[in-house]
Design a protein around this ligand. Structure first.
Ligand code: NAD
Ligand code: TYD
Length: 375
């Protein structure tokens, strides 16, 4: 059971007990750890369905486990969500829970529609009833913060300016379209019902605890095992890479000092091509294991069939959050990647747990063996 705590006051907004959804996933679990360490007063209720991407191994070694309670459950479960709001007197929601992998959304969009759109709608309805209709709190003392992605803005041409908060939405994948829909719902609940909402749209995260279906952990673990490193198409697609702890600090600043109704873009100010980032990871592994039979690790790189509808370039303009909330990324690409590689090398038990899960093997078999030149 979590213990009661004193209130944390920010410019009139009192953050006491948070419902964090998706807090057993990559970014959510990093955020739970971060918030428990920077905020000695808050309590966290962590609601996560533990899909293939969620893992309780992400929540070991929390700095203050007595202020965290884990509930296994689905954000689409209306009665559970309503019960948790009342039982724990939730005044703050940070909504991470989602289906997040673009490639999976291309094979099977339905779960993305369910979790990302219906799940967000379910939370908004429950919170509206509790905070607005029943007036459980003053609206000055509550916040619904929605975690979104830069992918809602679509793809940039080589000369286009980076995405800002006013860039029109143009999502290209089923994943991005489902996130865009959820952003619109959140904004509409703020506009129509006066719910104090905020949204952050961030770029590609990397760092500890990321499930190895995503590019960077996939490359680290494949290279360590001497397996091929799949690059879609020509590998010249560009992403804006953000170290996950920098993202956590940005979310915390939005909660603490962001203005309800506003959107904040969060990016890492570093935009290598996919092939460049894979080569950097390979060179870090060459340094760590100079005697490995796989040196140079970049010899494992192979071009494979491209992703359908693959967005060419993302870049984030984070001027607004820097100017208004004083946030900027602390990690360079090099320092962030060194920390990430070292985390995967040090956490062999976590890696073994994930690699032993048959669902990862099933995904690799399905996705990389069909019409591709790697097995
Ligand atoms: P993740 O896939 O690692 O984790 C998602 C978590 O949500 C898992 O723990 C999973 O069990 C949980 N979940 C899924 N469906 C659920 C449901 N119906 N009910 C309750 N829990 C459920 O994702 P992540 O990379 O940590 O992303 C978190 C959020 O950040 C998502 O909203 C995502 O769209 C957004 N985002 C991620 C990135 C990135 O690079 N990873 C970039 C931009 C935005
Ligand atoms: P990913 O980590 O899946 O994130 P997102 O699709 O949300 O940007 O992919 C990052 C980039 O790496 C993207 O351009 C697709 C590419 N990629 C590969 O080239 N090979 C792979 O095996 C994977 C998983 C991704």
């Amino acid at each position: 059971m979590i213990q009661s705590a004193f209130r944390v006051l920010y410019f009139g907004y009192a953050m006491n007990t948070l419902l964090i959804t998706g807090g057993a996933g990559f970014i959510g679990s990093n955020f739970v750890r971060y918030l428990l360490s920077v905020e000695p007063g808050v309590r966290i209720v962590n609601l996560d369905a533990l899909t293939y991407a969620g893992n309780l191994a992400n929540l070991t070694d929390l700095p203050a486990p007595d202020r965290h309670v884990f509930i296994r459950g689905n954000v689409c479960d209306d009665s559970l969500v309503r019960r948790l709001l009342r039982e724990y007197d939730i005044d703050t929601i940070v909504h991470f829970a989602a289906e997040t992998h673009v490639d999976r959304s291309i094979y099977g969009p339905s779960q993305f529609i369910q979790t990302n759109i219906v799940g967000t709608f379910t939370l908004l309805e429950a919170v509206k009833q509790f905070w607005v209709d029943e007036k459980a709190f003053s609206l000055a003392d509550v916040r619904f913060h929605h975690i979104s992605t830069d992918e809602v803005y679509g793809s940039l041409g080589p000369e286009d300016p980076p995405f800002s908060e006013t860039t029109p939405y143009a999502p290209n994948s089923p994943y991005a379209a489902s996130k865009a829909s959820s952003d619109h719902l959140v904004r509409a609940y703020g506009h129509t019902y006066g719910l104090p909402v905020s949204i952050s749209n961030c770029s590609n995260n990397y760092g500890p605890h990321q499930y190895p279906e995503k590019l960077i952990p996939l490359v680290i673990l494949n290279a360590l095992g001497g397996q091929l490193l799949p690059i879609y198409g020509d590998g010249k697609q560009i992403r804006d890479w953000l170290f996950v702890e920098d993202h956590c600090e940005a979310i915390w600043k939005v909660l603490a000092a962001g203005i309800p109704g506003e959107t904040y873009n969060i990016g890492g100010s570093t935009q290598p091509s996919n092939i460049e980032i894979v080569e950097i990871v390979c060179s870090i592994l060459d340094e760590r294991f100079p005697d490995s039979a796989y040196v140079p690790h970049k010899s494992l790189i192979r071009s494979v069939v491209d992703r359908p509808g693959h967005d060419r370039r993302y870049a984030i303009d984070h001027t607004k959050i820097s100017r208004e909330l004083g946030w900027r990324p602390r990690e360079s690409l090099d320092s962030g990647l060194q920390k990430t590689v070292d985390w995967y090398l040090a956490n062999t038990e976590w890696v073994a747990t994930i690699l032993d899960d048959p669902s990862l093997e099933a995904w690799i078999d399905k996705h990389y063996s069909r019409d591709r030149d790697i097995q």
